[in-house]
Design a protein around this ligand. Structure first.
Ligand SMILES: [Zn+2]
Ligand SMILES: [Zn+2]
Length: 321
């Protein structure tokens, strides 16, 4: 049981989404974790004890998992993720794969405890943070008419929904059949696997490629090659997904120059994009519950991670117990 200081809040965790970044960390593929730490940053819970004057026991909450100083140039510009004093819940301080979580006072003082109406179920609330990441990327990415989304995991499928809402033609490239069907159900114009024949079909279907690619998968060399294969000249590629820590992006500069590609990488969320995500979930603009296909009790945590690693279903989550 975490111990509270003055101003802290204790959250009883109801559910915590298993994020691909946690799986990558377990594999030793990424470096922004400070173990030993309880991971989990896509949580939904209820305030069980409050030593903070602005927080009431029983509030239905999730968190903005990036605690920062709140004062530096980055924090003032809503770029908390670049703050030198960043502390990630589930990365640097204990997170949501637990029965209880301590939300520190400075996190609450800087607006990182997010309250929602009681009627919002945990099954939706766990998507607030990943949805905020996608909304942030949608704002940063350069779009024209069509977008290809690489990977139809939970993140890729959220991009499908957001691309629909933005009036874009949305194509999906995804090796797993059940995830391609999910993409079609959620409104993708077409879905293809990444075999050479299917990529050819994709190129026919799109009349020679798309204006924009969002790579919502692990950005290994295969994904990188695929992104460049399907984007048009002058198009934008957003390497949204994580990359193995030794992965390099090698491009011929002269070719890059004449191709006119716009290359970028969107990462995490802003306070603004989390507010937008909260608004969409609260007013029912988006229904993400269907993405949650598996729940595991905390005693079966390892099974839960394996399930997510094997990409069974779409989203796996762990109950707080
Ligand atoms: Zn996440
Ligand atoms: Zn700061």
């Amino acid at each position: 049981m975490p111990t509270l200081d003055t101003g802290d809040v204790l959250v009883k965790v109801d559910l915590c989404g298993i994020c691909a970044s946690d799986l990558a960390a377990l594999n030793g593929d990424i470096t922004d974790y400070s173990p030993p730490v309880v991971m989990g940053h896509e949580l939904a819970g209820i305030v069980a004890e409050s030593r903070h004057p602005n927080v009431t026991v029983g509030e239905n909450v999730t968190v903005n998992p990036m605690l920062s100083c709140g004062n530096c140039d980055y924090c003032r510009a809503d770029l908390d993720k670049y703050c030198s004093q960043i502390e990630g819940i589930g990365h640097d301080i204990d997170g949501g794969y637990a029965e209880y979580l301590r939300m520190p006072k400075h996190g609450i003082d800087t607006g990182k405890l997010i309250s929602v109406p009681d009627r919002i179920p945990a099954e939706e609330l766990i998507f607030l943070e990943p949805l905020g990441c996608c909304i942030n990327a949608m704002r940063e990415t350069i779009f024209d008419k069509s977008v290809a989304i690489l990977g139809a995991g939970p993140i890729g499928l959220m991009f499908v929904k957001l691309a629909n809402k933005a009036g874009l033609r949305a194509f999906v490239l995804e090796p797993l059949a059940h995830r391609r069907s999910a993409a079609i159900e959620l409104g993708a114009d077409a879905a293809f696997d990444s075999s050479p024949e299917q990529v050819e079909a994709f190129m026919d279907n799109t009349n020679g490629g798309v204006n924009t690619v969002i790579s919502a998968t692990v950005n290994n060399q295969r994904a990188i090659n695929l992104a460049f294969a399907v984007v048009r000249r002058g198009g934008c590629i957003n390497f949204f997904g994580l990359a193995p820590s030794d992965q390099e992006l090698r491009i011929n500069l002269e070719h890059f120059h004449y191709s006119g590609h716009r290359l970028m990488a969107s990462w995490a969320f802003s306070r603004w994009s989390l507010r937008e995500a909260r608004r969409m979930i609260v007013d029912g603009t988006i229904d993400l519950k269907p993405l949650l296909t598996h729940r595991f009790p905390i005693e079966k945590a390892i099974e839960g991670f394996e399930n997510a690693q094997q990409q069974r279903g779409v989203k796996s989550a762990m109950s707080g117990g």
